[in-house]
Write a protein that binds this ligand. Structure first.
Ligand SMILES: NC(=O)c1ccc[n+]([C@@H]2O[C@H](COP(=O)([O-])OP(=O)(O)OC[C@H]3O[C@@H](n4cnc5c(N)ncnc54)[C@H](OP(=O)(O)O)[C@@H]3O)[C@@H](O)[C@H]2O)c1
Length: 271
């Protein structure tokens, strides 16, 4: 009886046999997510624009005994998204359980300096990519017994932040609405849709800006973040994995904030 309970619980906290696509998995938060899903038993497919970093990461995952494949794709391009989903379908023989829309970028300029190109690249990379990949993945996800879509947004989707990230915040806020809308629409297809909204996470994308900030204000994290530090990519990977596992089977339409308490502390008040 006890063994039965233990094995049922172990199965609920596992991704053994799951097939996942994670966009932008060769660095930063995306890599943290790939590591976590693959270590929990999933077969993972990822993509990035740089062939050399993709080849390096694929070798590292193989050497670590993790089942990860991937191909080149710029998710801001519609034709490349179509090609990516064809490769994923071929790789997993038409099956997919998990789609993680992770890729995102920010163009940081005051509103009056932003151009049409800035608008287009931020919207196509951050929002249109996940919207379109979700449409493309739907037929495969519908076949799964426990399908999940995860969007990676940001606490900038809730609050304007100190540096000028209007376009970034607009896409992340829209992602929250997309999460809730799809969760509602696709519940009938047994597809759960959730979102993870990180605060400051130490990655290649933010390192330079954070280092410059800490030179100006060494107490920044201790003053603004209750846990008094930046997060790590694996600290985003873990809640993403939780939201994909059977143990979270009653969670959908949720925005899971991973920010060391930043939002409850009111980080973005003017000082
Ligand atoms: N870091 C933070 O503090 C933070 C906070 C809140 C939210 N987020 C969100 O978390 C997500 C990941 O951020 P990150 O900081 O981990 O970024 P990152 O360190 O820059 O990692 C980006 C990853 O995505 C790939 N990538 C970038 N643009 C791509 C594109 N157009 N098509 C395909 N792959 C692409 C990169 O590979 P290639 O360069 O080879 O393409 C790399 O694998 C983003 O949505 C971001 O908005 C980050």
């Amino acid at each position: 009886m006890a063994d039965d309970l233990k094995s049922r619980l172990a199965a609920r906290w596992s991704l053994q046999g799951y097939k996942a696509l994670v966009t932008g998995g060769t660095a930063g938060i995306g890599k943290g997510i790939v590591d976590e899903l693959a270590a929990l038993g999933a077969s993972v497919y990822t993509c990035a624009r740089s062939s050399s970093s993709l080849a390096d990461r694929l070798k590292e995952w193989k050497d670590a005994g993790l089942d990860v494949a991937g191909s080149i794709c710029d998710v801001s391009s519609r034709p490349q998204r179509l090609e990516l989903m064809k490769s994923v379908s071929d790789h997993f023989a038409g099956n997919l359980d998990i789609l993680v829309n992770n890729v995102g970028l920010s163009v940081e300029k005051p509103m009056l300096e932003q151009t049409e190109d800035d608008y287009n690249i931020v919207f196509s990379t951050n929002l249109e990519s996940g919207y379109h990949l979700s449409q493309l993945a739907h037929p495969m996800l519908k076949l799964s017994k426990n399908a999940s879509i995860i969007f990676v947004s940001s606490i900038a989707g809730y609050h304007p932040i100190a540096h000028p990230t209007t376009l970034y915040g607009m896409t992340k806020g829209a992602m929250h609405q997309l999460t809730k809308s799809l969760a509602y629409q696709w519940a009938k297809d047994m597809i759960r849709v959730n979102c993870v909204a990180p605060g400051g996470i130490e990655t290649e994308a933010t390192r330079e800006r954070i280092n410059a900030l800490l030179v100006q204000d060494p107490t920044f994290f201790s003053r603004h973040v209750p846990l008094a530090r930046q997060g790590k990519p694996e600290e985003v990977g873990a809640p993403v994995a939780f939201l994909c596992m059977p143990c979270s089977s009653y969670c959908t339409g949720h925005i899971f904030v991973v920010d060391g308490g930043t939002v409850i502390n009111g980080l973005f008040q003017r000082s």
